[in-house]
Design a protein around this ligand. Structure first.
Ligand SMILES: [Fe+2]
Ligand SMILES: [Fe+2]
Length: 190
């Protein structure tokens, strides 16, 4: 697989709003920084950082249509939280259009919730999405520092905070988030 970032960049600009395009560039830049720290393939990380949200701005109707037409498996809860499907759709698009490999496609597919036993590449996309330079929320500086020192701890902290927000809002919770958190608590040295 040869990654041509210029081509990806050009394609992405045509399908996303400016704000989301800037978020995507922010994730790409953060992925690049973290790739150097954790010694992971920089080109692959830049490519998935840039393209992870390529399906985010499809309408709910189009997301469900894409899932149906491309036989993508999803749970009943995922079909209720339609927006969550943007990861699985982008992964499928990146595989078919750009021949991204399985590890990269899985990273894109699960970038919102994480999963058990993530590779370092997958962990980096997950956290880069939450701490990239255009994001602003209370505690982000602390989370950025943590991501550079102990990525597992940073992921757990982000999941904890997101769970609290979703519980307060009485939102549905995806069990993958809980599985990711438990797996990291059981396996990482914290
Ligand atoms: Fe996303
Ligand atoms: Fe994102």
């Amino acid at each position: 697989m040869i990654v041509n970032i210029d081509k990806l960049n050009k394609d992405l600009k045509e399908i996303l709003s400016n704000q989301r395009y800037l978020h995507s560039v922010g994730v790409m830049n953060m992925c690049e920084k973290l790739a150097h720290i954790y010694d992971v393939n920089v080109d692959k990380l830049k490519a998935i950082g840039l393209m992870h949200d390529m399906a985010k701005e499809l309408s709910n109707e189009d997301k469900l249509k894409y899932i149906r037409e491309n036989n993508i498996y999803c749970t009943d809860i995922e079909k209720k939280i339609v927006d969550i499907l943007h990861g699985k759709i982008a992964a499928d698009m990146c595989k078919k259009r750009y021949a991204f490999d399985d590890e990269m496609c899985t990273a894109i597919s699960i970038h919102t919730t994480g999963k058990e036993n993530m590779t370092m590449l997958q962990k980096i996309l997950f956290i880069a999405d939450k701490i990239e330079e255009t994001r602003k929320y209370d505690g982000i500086e602390e989370l950025r520092k943590l991501a550079f020192n102990n990525i597992d701890k940073a992921i757990i902290k982000n999941i904890d905070e997101t769970l609290v927000i979703n519980i307060r809002k009485e939102n549905l919770i995806l069990e993958e988030s809980i599985k990711t958190r438990n797996y990291l608590l059981l396996t990482s040295e914290i």
